[in-house]
Design a protein around this ligand. Sequence first.
Ligand code: HEM
Length: 535
Amino acid sequence: GDTPAQGINRSIGPLDQNRADGGEQALSSNQGVAIGDNQNSLKAGIRGPALLEDFLLREKITHFDHERIPERVVHARGSAAHGFFEAYDDLSDITIAAPFRQTGKVTPVFVRFSTVAGERGSADTARDVRGFAVKFYTDDGIWDLVGNNMPVFFIQDAIKFPNLVHALKPEPHHAMPQASSAHDNYWDFVSLMPESTHMLLWQMSDRAIPRSYRTMQGFGVHTFRLINRVGDAVFCKFHWNPLAGTHALVWDEAAKLMGADPDFHRRDLWEAIEQGAYPQWELGLQIFTEAQAEAFDFDVLDATKLIPEELVPVRTVGRMTLHRNPDNFFAETEQVAFCTAHVIPGIDFSNDPLLQGRIHSYVDTQISRLGGANFHEIPINRPVNPLHNNQRDGMHRQTIHRGRVNYEPNSLGGGCPHQAGYLGYASFPAAVDGEKLRAKPLKFAEHYGQARMFYLSQTGAEQRHIIDAFRFELSKVQTPAVRQRVLANLANVSTGLAAAIAEGLGMVMPPPAPVSGLTVVPEYAPSPALSLTAR
Ligand code: HEM
């Protein structure tokens, strides 16, 4: 009778084999030489200069000098915990993905929550999107579900991501403002990028000031594919729903907490786990076919759109529990490397052009953030199933490969790893045909229908919060033309919303921005599930 938590604590041996306790051990150098005096450097005479030969002084100072590594280029501030995922059902008719292969299957996870814009030392409760990244240590390798706490994103194509992030980070000449979207560069960019309107509504809503990491939803955002044993595929969107409910702060609380307790969210997560109040989320899947996708009035490859639950219900398939804090923030939370390219048999990508770019970006940035090509050997990043290949060498290689042969195929190696054939990862053989081109798909051109749906789904108090947030943020913007363009875009969402913001800013309402492409008025009712107070 192990509980799942006990079982997991025993089964993640490969993750744990590098943990160390200092305790009452003798102090030693990195070369294992005992240190007799850790207070006085070696000097020429009692008041004389330090000696170059003091290898103990030099080793200690040199290591200290190199303690810092670059922070993540986005999502620099975060907090993480260990836990496990339990499958409610056997989903093998839909996917062969290991976590869903049998009822009750337990898979270890490591989850990192983060803000996006702020630097590593910034405050937790800033108005921002939150990252929700889950690393599953499955029987078939690592699967990372690298999501956010909002179901949509600012842009439709990865080629715009560096521009988005440059605009939202501190302005480059004076590096202000820190961890805030309240500045001209940010609003200039989004005002010129009407596809960001839906996400802007979420960002100005209560969703951007969560009460705690424990009370946030998580979303994979993109459309993915699930593949079963006979090779059939369906499309899928991933949703995490907190069992404690989805709750937000109000702006005045968030603003005060930024000063009074910048670690508010970190502390809350840490203390809940220390006290045994383990946070839990249920995983939901929205599963749909390619034929259904064709019939929607939006494109399922467009990350600025969600799939209303009225069109595709969410099926709850399992539960995640976070039950153990990391032993060391740097070794685990800072060095963990999530990547959308980390998929396992049974899970595949869609052609979402934002997702396609992300598949490249994560490992690429981690090569510089974590110093070389071997960061998959850092304990927190290692799969718990065995791994064998012919990749060799590089900075800080840990594994000592035995034997003469490091290539495949070979006839000399005896024990060399060989291809797994049909047991290996298989991409879904989606048909691809067309000309090479740089262009937007037709249904990507509509930007306001779902933004309106989101706004209308909010209660009166929540709509008021959205208006107040736009007023506050835009009141910091110096350039009148930028504010006008934002209002002109919002006029296409709701004239009431735009007029209320304009009034607060003492501005005359501009005419609505010209609408390119088809304007789609959603036929489905606004989903009450989107509203916090209705939950
Ligand atoms: C972190 C790139 C869109 C969620 C990062 C990092 C990069 C990046 C370079 C830092 C990774 C590291 O240093 O370890 C991109 C690009 C995007 C994109 C190029 C679009 C083209 C998104 C979207 C989501 C997302 C749409 C949510 C669905 C995250 C999360 C992290 C992250 C949660 C933090 C992971 C952690 O906790 O370590 N992203 N991102 N990103 N991104 Fe993205």
